[in-house]
Design a protein around this ligand. Structure first.
Ligand SMILES: [Zn+2]
Length: 259
């Protein structure tokens, strides 16, 4: 049930307590994918899961934490505290409509820790149970099997997803440029003696992307989309079945309760 397409009397009759909130970014995705890649992916997955389950789907939040891409034209972002406060306020206010369980359908890695922090705050004061769900983390084996060199950003997995969701937006003539002008290293190789030294994307990828984009196909994109939606649907079912008390923090231990 997509909230922006509904009237208030229709929504007034709804008794839903679960909502999905698509969250993306507007940031560079190399020479072959649009800046709205993450928002398009998050929105398509959230809307499909909402259609299948009947749970509420909010508008997409299209700006995230993306300053690590700021050297590239078109990248937009807000500072992390602003992002966290906005998402927290927005989620708190959803509870006035009876929503007490929220899944942040996320497609941008830079948002992950911040959405976890927002969820922690809401959990701690028992306002709502809000969890972050990153689409590619739900299907890691499928992604590993599909591509030789996946890459953490703008690689074949996102390319395949956009080929499936919005094929007209993929610059297919630039796939080889994306691969040859980017980086194909594995992310962990960027650790130096145990420290993560990576701050900005441009330090390691001249064109902003990683992986071998020429491995992407619309058919693989369809398979990833279906598999990730299945995972999201299962998560929503799991969430709906949990009693609310079981989702909130356990009480503090009594001082004399030590075994
Ligand atoms: Zn992305």
């Amino acid at each position: 049930m997509l909230i922006p397409h509904r009237t208030w009397p229709e929504l007034g009759d709804a008794t839903e307590s679960v909502a999905v909130v698509p969250i993306g970014s507007t940031e560079q995705h190399g020479p072959h994918l649009p800046e709205g890649t993450d928002s398009l992916i998050a929105e398509a997955l959230a809307r499909e899961a909402s259609d299948r389950t009947g749970h509420l789907c909010t508008p997409t939040l299209p700006i995230g934490v993306s300053s690590h891409h700021r050297q590239f034209p078109g990248t937009m972002w807000v500072e992390p505290p602003m992002f966290r406060d906005f998402v927290e306020s927005f989620t708190r206010n959803l509870t006035t409509h009876g929503i007490d369980r929220v899944v942040y359908v996320n497609a941008h890695g830079g948002n992950v820790v911040h959405l976890r922090e927002v969820g922690r705050r809401l959990h701690q004061d028992e306002t709502a149970f809000a969890i972050e769900w990153m689409w590619n983390e739900s299907i890691p084996d499928l992604i590993d099997d599909a591509f030789e060199v996946t890459g953490p950003h703008g690689g074949p997995k996102e390319t395949a997803m956009i080929m499936h969701i919005a094929p007209d937006l993929v610059r297919t003539g630039r796939l080889e440029d994306a691969r040859d002008g980017g980086a194909t290293f594995e992310y962990d190789a960027e650790r130096v003696h145990g420290a993560t030294t990576f701050y900005d994307t441009i330090e390691h990828s001249p064109n902003g992307v990683f992986g071998d984009q020429t491995d992407a196909t619309p058919e693989i994109g369809r398979q990833l989309f279906e598999a990730a939606t299945d995972q999201l649907e299962a998560l929503l079912e799991w969430l709906e079945e949990r009693p609310l008390e079981g989702l909130f923090p356990d009480p503090d231990l009594e001082p004399d309760s030590a075994p």
